[in-house]
Design a protein around this ligand. Structure first.
Ligand SMILES: [Zn+2]
Length: 254
C-alpha cells in the first residue's frame, strides 16, 4: 500500500514566518528530523490518514490531526448541479469547505506569502473530500490560469499547484489548456456583474492543448469559488473548444 509522502508542511505552523538563509536551512533540517505535526494545532505525530475513494488509491495522508480535520468548516451541500445552481457552462460545481478559518488563512498564506506547502494540504483535503462525496472524476484537470505578469510576480500559479497535487492523488492528468490574455484587476470587491465585465475576453484556449480537451470531461481547478464568474468565463472557452463536460472544483466556497 503506497502512502503519499508526508509533506514538510507539518513542520510549518500557520503562524510561522518564512525564514531564509541559515535560519531557513535550520528550519528545513528540523522538518526532516522531527516527527510530523498537525499544521493547525501542532500536535506531534498525529497526521490523519483518510481513505480515498478513487480507484487504485488507498489513502491520503493529511498533515492534520483527526480533531482539526473534523473541525474544518465543511459545507453541508458541497456539490451543486443544474441551471441556476452552477456557473454558466458548468455541469457540476464542487467545493467542500467554507472560506472561513482556518481555510481562508491557509489559502491566503499560499497565495500571498508563497507558502506552497499549504497548497499540498489543501489539494489533498479537496481530493479526500471529493472521494468521500463520490464526485465523478474528470478526464483531465484544467487549472484557472494567472496572467503571466501576475504569475511572474507571484512566482507560481496556486491553481496549477493544486492541480499538480490532484494528479498525484487521483491519477488524472492535467491539461493547462487555458491562457489569461488580460491582467484583469483583482476581482475582490466587485459585484457579480462587474466581475463578468472584468473577465470578458480574459481567457483563451492554448491551441496546443485543444485535442486534450475536445470531447473530454474536464474539471477546472481554482482555490476559491466566489461568484463563479471566473469559472463561467473559462468554461465558455473550453466548451467552444469542444469539451464534452466542464466541472468546476475549488477548495472553498466564499
Ligand atoms: Zn490538529
Amino acid at each position: 500500500m503506497a502512502h503519499i509522502p508526508n509533506p514538510a508542511a507539518a513542520c510549518q505552523p500557520l503562524s510561522s514566518l518564512r525564514v531564509d538563509g541559515v535560519a531557513g536551512l535550520a528550519r528545513r533540517l528540523e522538518c526532516w528530523l522531527l516527527p510530523p505535526r498537525c499544521v493547525l494545532c501542532l500536535a506531534p505525530g498525529s497526521t490523519v490518514r483518510t481513505p480515498l475513494a478513487w480507484q487504485g488509491r488507498a489513502e491520503a495522508l493529511l498533515d492534520l490531526c483527526a480533531a482539526c480535520h473534523a473541525e474544518l468548516p465543511w459545507l453541508s451541500v458541497p456539490a451543486t448541479q443544474g441551471p441556476g445552481g452552477v456557473p454558466a457552462g458548468v455541469t457540476l460545481a464542487y467545493a467542500p469547505l467554507r472560506y472561513a478559518w482556518p481555510v481562508a488563512p491557509l489559502v491566503h498564506a499560499l497565495k500571498y506569502r508563497g507558502e506552497r506547502l499549504y497548497g499540498r494540504l489543501l489539494a489533498t483535503t479537496l481530493a479526500e473530500a471529493a472521494g468521500r462525496h463520490r464526485v465523478p472524476l474528470p478526464e483531465c484537470w484544467v487549472p484557472v490560469p494567472l496572467h503571466r505578469e501576475r504569475e511572474r510576480q507571484r512566482g507560481f500559479n496556486q491553481s496549477a499547484d493544486l492541480a499538480a497535487r490532484l494528479v498525484r492523488e487521483t491519477g488524472v492528468p492535467v491539461s493547462p489548456a487555458l491562457r489569461r490574455l488580460r491582467n484583469t484587476p483583482a476581482q475582490a470587491g466587485l459585484t457579480a456583474m462587474e466581475r463578468r465585465v472584468n473577465l470578458q475576453g480574459a481567457f483563451a484556449l492554448d491551441e496546443r492543448w485543444r485535442r486534450r480537451v475536445a470531447q473530454r470531461h474536464v474539471a477546472l481547478i481554482d482555490d476559491v469559488y466566489t461568484t463563479g464568474s471566473t469559472a463561467a468565463a473559462c468554461a465558455a472557452v473550453l466548451r467552444a473548444a469542444g469539451a464534452r463536460r466542464v466541472d468546476f472544483w475549488a477548495v472553498a466556497r466564499a
